[in-house]
Design a protein around this ligand. Structure first.
Ligand code: FNR
Length: 334
């Protein structure tokens, strides 16, 4: 009998992109609820995960007790953790720590921030293909779940093709490509034609990224995929603003999205500061309205929930957790 592979498949998928602070558990579950096929975590720096302790579905920072990574059964087959690293052995230790809890591991090779570049991580790896390959090879050979990487492109299509062929030779399962160079910013045009050339050159699924500026509705996601000739698409900013972009039924009203988001934040005991940050990114200029200003003063989940008439929901859940003694550290069954 042929064994059916249960490994994550990256072909023909619509994916929530990795986003620092935004891609925490409630956002990922919301994206899945609305129709995303795969969800990436925010970038987690290798040494932060390595110095965390495991508590059920949480990885907790030993020094300050904050949650470094929280997951749950509901996302187990769909979540990819993105790691920021510059060291193959350290990356492998992290991979071993989480391989039984998640569906895939991605290496960030595109972050242009100074913090990453100075540490030899993110886009710095694009300039050190031997190191990038060493990290990917070690993971591919020693980890039971699929390994991928997310890159930016070079100015030269030819140089980019040389790089991606090199990276693909390590046996990675897919490659996500943000169609901007290290120095380009969101206002620059995404190099869709470079992504197309990559998709034509590689045998593994190519995940096109960088199209949010032109993504206002679900069908725009498909248009972007077709323009890039890619197998799959990854969406960041359009999902950050309104996660129902993943819904085939069309965009939902922002207030309804916020309500769905807040329920998940409560269900999974998300920190008030992270919850507030994510809602702020949805509200954008609406923070200037009287209701937006009231929201900005909120400090607790209950206060935030009250603005969207979810006080009872929040109180009830929190009492439930307190009675079970599990607030702040558990798997919950909402
Ligand atoms: C990002 N991006 C990003 N990329 C990455 O590889 N790891 C990360 O942790 C982050 N963090 C992050 C946070 C926020 C708030 C934004 C807006 C973006 C980049 C992101 O994944 C994506 O590559 C770009 O935003 C381009 O895609 P869109 O926005 O055009 O769909």
């Amino acid at each position: 009998m042929t064994k059916i592979s249960t490994k994550l498949n990256y072909e023909n998928k619509i994916i929530l992109a990795p986003m620092v602070r935004v891609g925490t558990l409630p956002t990922r579950l919301l994206a899945l609820k609305y129709g995303a096929d795969i969800v990436y975590s925010e970038e987690l720096i290798d040494w932060k995960l390595l110095k965390s302790v495991r508590r059920i579905n949480d990885f907790i920072d030993k020094s300050d007790g904050t949650v470094v990574f929280r997951t749950c059964q509901a996302e187990k087959c769909k979540v990819v953790v993105q790691i920021g690293t510059c060291d193959a052995q350290r990356a492998l230790r992290v991979a071993k720590l989480i391989e039984n809890d998640v569906a895939g591991i991605d290496i960030n090779m595109g972050c242009p921030k100074e913090f990453s570049l100075k540490g030899g991580m993110g886009a710095a790896l694009l300039m050190q293909p031997e190191k990038a390959k060493a990290i990917l090879s070690l993971l591919v050979q020693n980890v039971s779940i699929p390994i991928t990487c997310k890159i930016r492109v070079f100015e030269s299509v030819e140089d980019t093709l040389t790089l991606v062929k090199d990276l693909a030779s390590t046996g990675i399962s897919a490659i996500a490509v943000h169609g901007r160079t290290k120095s380009e910013r969101p206002q620059h045009l995404n190099r869709n034609s470079t992504i197309k050339a990559i998709a034509q050159a590689l045998d593994i699924p190519v995940i096109a990224n960088g199209g949010s500026r032109e993504i206002d509705r679900y069908t725009d996601i498909l248009k972007f995929r077709d323009e890039c000739g890619a197998s799959s698409i990854m969406v960041a900013r359009a999902a950050e603003a309104n996660c129902s972009i993943f819904s085939k039924q069309g965009l939902k009203e922002l207030d309804d999205v916020i309500i769905d988001y807040l329920k998940l934040a409560v269900d999974y005991d998300n920190s008030p500061s992270n919850t507030k940050y994510c809602v702020q990114n949805m509200l954008k200029e609406l923070q200037e309205t009287p209701r937006g200003k009231r929201f900005l003063e909120c400090q607790t989940l209950e206060q935030i929930c009250a603005i969207w008439d979810l006080s009872d929901y929040c109180r009830k859940k929190q009492l439930e957790y307190q009675s079970k003694g599990i607030l702040g550290r558990r798997e919950v069954t909402p």
